[in-house]
Design a protein around this ligand. Structure first.
Ligand code: PLP
Length: 386
């Protein structure tokens, strides 16, 4: 089918929540995508930080094929090896407590919010200005953005919004606080790296009051910033964290991972989901987690990130380069519309990037991206200089 035909079906049958670009992708490999006409694209968005191991990584494909042909689903009323092995691998890779598997990032944050409220009944959840935690009601209530929240009021009560400021975080946390929930690097609102001072203030406030410090590592995790989890590059260890996006190697899965203190806060019957931790996605995630834990890959992410950042800083229309590892954003001259620029990159240069705001473009290529691909992406961004 042509893009025009797909747009016709969309107009008639798809609830119009998305603004899609007029491109139909039909194949992916590594950091490359192909459209229905056979044109090749460089993918510097990776499905919004999902394809960290690259499109169609052969080991992910093999794990999925193998599992789906034997057993695709049984529910959580029974045991399957991939779910338990994945829970163990996630715990051992990070906080050392227990794991709740689910199907997406928003669901992982829902589980985190329930965990925090179960540990401190009725408690508030402190969240930061500029945060994005997802679109379901709990996660949306933790996402203080007027345009996203206002049409869906009333939201879940008990969320306290504070500026990205250490003193404000510290002041907001008291004995009525169940959790501070934050992204160590805010992704959807333009790649804002939170300062160590803020993270330390949050840690100290939680230690002082017994609140839970929860990191949303849905976008920052799985090697994206040059360590498996972004918290490893900070001075702080959270009490719990959430993962999703790249965890499934391209398949939908999410996880809430606790440290020891919160490992048994949720009880039998407290939470669940039919598909959560199904054997196919868990098999894919086991491979993706192993690949993203590789020290050589993580070192490469740090080097590649520096190379890309340096290239971006040389672009004539760029005012700021922000981020860590391969989680980068550029601010462009204020008179340039970032969305139009991203669209021109896609349609004229076959480079996939994304605008996260009126003047900000986000770049999150697969972690396996080569130097040639990094340089090629910068060259394509030079070619669309207004
Ligand atoms: N948290 C963060 C930091 C995210 O970046 C996202 C998605 O962009 C989410 C939560 C929501 O994840 P999902 O879209 O899988 O529900």
């Amino acid at each position: 089918m042509s893009v025009a035909e797909l747009q016709g079906l969309e107009r008639e049958y798809a609830i119009p929540t998305y603004v899609r670009n007029p491109v139909q992708f039909v194949r992916g490999s590594g950091a490359r995508l192909w459209d229905a006409d056979g044109n090749e694209y460089l993918d510097f968005l990776a499905g919004i930080s999902v394809l960290n191991v690259g499109h169609c990584h052969p080991r992910v494909v093999e794990a999925v094929r193998d599992q789906v042909g034997r057993l695709s689903h049984v529910s959580n009323l029974y045991y399957t090896e991939p779910a338990m092995k994945l829970s163990a691998a996630l715990s051992e890779s990070s906080l050392g407590g227990k794991v709740f598997l689910c199907n997406s990032g928003a669901e992982a944050n829902e589980a985190a919010i329930k965990l925090a409220r179960r540990a401190r009944p009725g408690g508030n959840i402190v969240v930061l200005e500029g945060a994005f935690h997802g679109r379901t009601y709990g996660a949306l209530s933790a996402t203080p953005q007027e345009t996203k929240q206002a049409p869906f009021a009333p939201l879940v009560p008990g969320f306290v919004v504070v500026p990205r400021d250490p003193g404000a975080v510290s002041d907001a946390v008291d004995s009525g606080t169940a959790a501070v929930l934050l992204e160590p690097i805010q992704g959807e609102t333009g790649i804002h790296v939170l300062s160590d001072e803020l993270l330390v203030a949050a840690r100290e406030a939680c230690d002082r009051t017994g609140a839970a410090l929860i990191f949303d590592e849905i976008q920052t995790g799985m090697g994206r910033t040059g360590t498996l989890w972004a918290y490893e590059q900070t001075e702080v260890v959270p009490d719990a964290m959430t993962s999703a996006k790249a965890l499934g190697g391209g398949l939908p899965i999410g996880a809430l991972i606790t440290g020891p203190r919160l490992a048994d806060a949720l009880h039998p019957g407290d939470h669940g989901s039919t598909f959560a931790g199904g054997p196919v996605v868990a098999s894919a995630a086991l491979v993706a987690l192993e690949l993203c834990s590789d020290e050589a890959l993580l070192a490469r992410v740090r080097v590649a990130g520096s190379r890309l950042a340096a290239g971006l800083a040389r672009l004539p229309y760029v005012t700021v380069v922000r981020g860590r590892g391969l989680m980068l954003a550029i601010d462009v001259d204020p008179e340039i519309d970032a969305a139009s620029l991203a669209r021109r990159a896609l349609l004229e240069q076959r480079l996939v990037v994304n605008a996260t705001g009126p003047a900000t473009i986000r770049l999150e290529p697969p972690l396996i991206v080569s130097d040639d691909e990094l340089d090629e992406a910068v060259a394509r961004l030079v070619a669309i200089a207004p």
